[in-house]
Design a protein around this ligand. Structure first.
Ligand code: PLP
Ligand code: LYS
Length: 417
């Protein structure tokens, strides 16, 4: 069941009309459905029933404290890529033993913070990071649990900007270096080798690339075993895609059975880092039409949300569906739906047939729950949107709309000016 649906001609999030939210909170506003988040988490979790596993939700997809809390209280852990994300996850009450820390550029202070917190493991992304971790852990009198993030050189067949597992990508350690690096790490006093990790890309719509990379990892796991390096965890990253338009991604259950079949004899505890799969279709961005321009060459629908609010179309040419919040338009029109920002690339929809929105009409951009708010910016000194969580017939503002005063906080004018 879908939780963003029409009742009559009004679009609802669960049992709340989006129009009522905007009446109270204004626009643009991100609206999330708690029931959808919970359903997605549960489906992912159940897909791995019978196999020991932990779901470490990828904070970068949607890092609002209320979203993190929703996942944590269902038993989820988190995948973080910065000290900032660790701070958020701790604020939301995460169990440090369910935190994995990925990322190619971990700073010393972030590593210290994570060590002092007692996180489960660092997914180490370079040869130098191994040494740095050992050094910092030694200084703090701690042991750092590690997995090496290896780069299996598998093509995930997704957008080039979100392909991470190819040899030419900046992520991870190459397969041919991995054994040597594990041996080096084994001899370091302040490291504990816990596992192996890979993440090959995002928005994958097939299971084959996942299976291919597991096969490559299995060879490596075998080689390590022969050397007496025994692992506990196999972290398979995130990346399972969702439907934005006409994609037909595998269901979590299908992804789960393919992976379970491939890993069942390894005796390893599986870790997953899904982001988009949990949050993507659990949120929409609601915006208002400010003006329309009809021209011979092109029609424009100008709205109060822009690329600073939802960057994905401008950044990747991504598709987001659009639905009227109240269906009362006179048919469809070919148009660009654009924001108020002074950039030609500031569009949410390009050359598509859309409802004939008029001034003050509200519209919802679908599938905006992941990499929506978290990628938003203040470009053009635009306060970031409010965020709302819906639960049945209730809703709460889980992040206030920013104010202009928030945007100049910390700035100062030197005395000589
Ligand atoms: C290391 C790592 N883990 C997990 C994720 C989450 O990916 P997704 O939202 O595609 O599940 C990402 C982003 O691609 C990532 O870089
Ligand atoms: N931010 C990207 C995905 C990259 C994932 C980062 N690990 C998107 O919106 O699709």
């Amino acid at each position: 069941m879908h939780h963003f649906q029409y009742k009559g001609n009004e679009l609802y999030a669960e049992d709340v009309a989006l129009r009522d939210i905007v009446a109270q909170v204004g626009s643009p506003v991100y609206v999330y459905s708690q029931a959808t988040l919970e359903r997605h988490f549960k489906a992912f979790d159940e897909a791995f029933a019978g196999a020991p596993h932990t779901i470490c939700y990828s904070v970068k997809a949607n890092s609002n404290l209320a979203i993190l809390k929703t996942i944590i209280r269902m038993g989820g852990g988190v995948d973080i890529v910065s000290g900032g994300e660790l701070y958020r996850a701790l604020q939301a009450g995460v169990d440090p033993k369910k935190v994995v820390y990925s990322g190619v550029g971990k700073r010393d202070d972030e590593i210290e913070y994570a060590l002092n917190t007692g996180i489960l493991m660092f997914n180490v992304e370079s040869e130098q990071e191994i040494d740095r971790l050992n050094e910092i852990a030694g200084r703090l009198g701690k042991k750092a649990g590690i997995a090496l993030r290896v780069n299996p050189d598998v093509d995930p067949q997704t957008h080039p900007y979100i392909t991470t597992g190819l040899k030419k990508a900046k992520f991870g350690i190459t397969m041919d270096r991995a054994v040597e690096e594990y041996k080096r790490a084994r001899d370091m006093e302040n490291l504990e080798i816990l596992g192996i990790d890979c993440h090959i890309g995002s928005q994958l719509t097939k299971v084959e690339p996942f299976v291919d990379s597991i096969r490559k990892l299995k060879e490596l796991i075998g080689e390590l075993k022969a050397l007496g390096i025994n692992l506990k965890y196999l972290d398979l990253g995130g990346g399972l895609g969702i439907q934005y338009d006409a994609e037909d991604p595998p269901l979590p259950a299908d992804y789960g059975s393919a992976i379970k079949a491939e890993t069942k004899d390894l005796g390893l505890h599986l870790i997953f880092e899904p982001g988009r799969n949990i949050a993507g279709n659990a949120g929409v961005l609601v915006a208002k039409c400010l003006y329309t321009k009809e021209r011979d060459e092109k029609n424009f629908i100008i709205i109060d949300a822009g690329m600073n609010d939802l960057a994905r179309p401008a950044l990747y040419g991504s598709f987001h569906g659009v639905q009227p919040v109240v269906k009362d338009q006179d048919g469809m029109i070919p148009a660009d739906i654009v924001g108020p920002i002074c950039e030609t690339g500031d569009f949410l929809i390009k050359e598509r047939s859309v409802p004939m929105f008029k001034q003050n009409d509200l519209m919802a951009f679908m599938s905006a729950g992941a990499y929506g708010f978290t990628m938003s910016s203040n470009y053009n000194t635009r306060p970031r949107a409010a965020e709302v969580l819906v639960n049945g017939d209730k809703f709460v503002v889980i992040r206030e709309r920013e104010k202009v005063e928030d945007l100049v906080r910390g700035e100062s004018i030197p005395a000589w000016l």
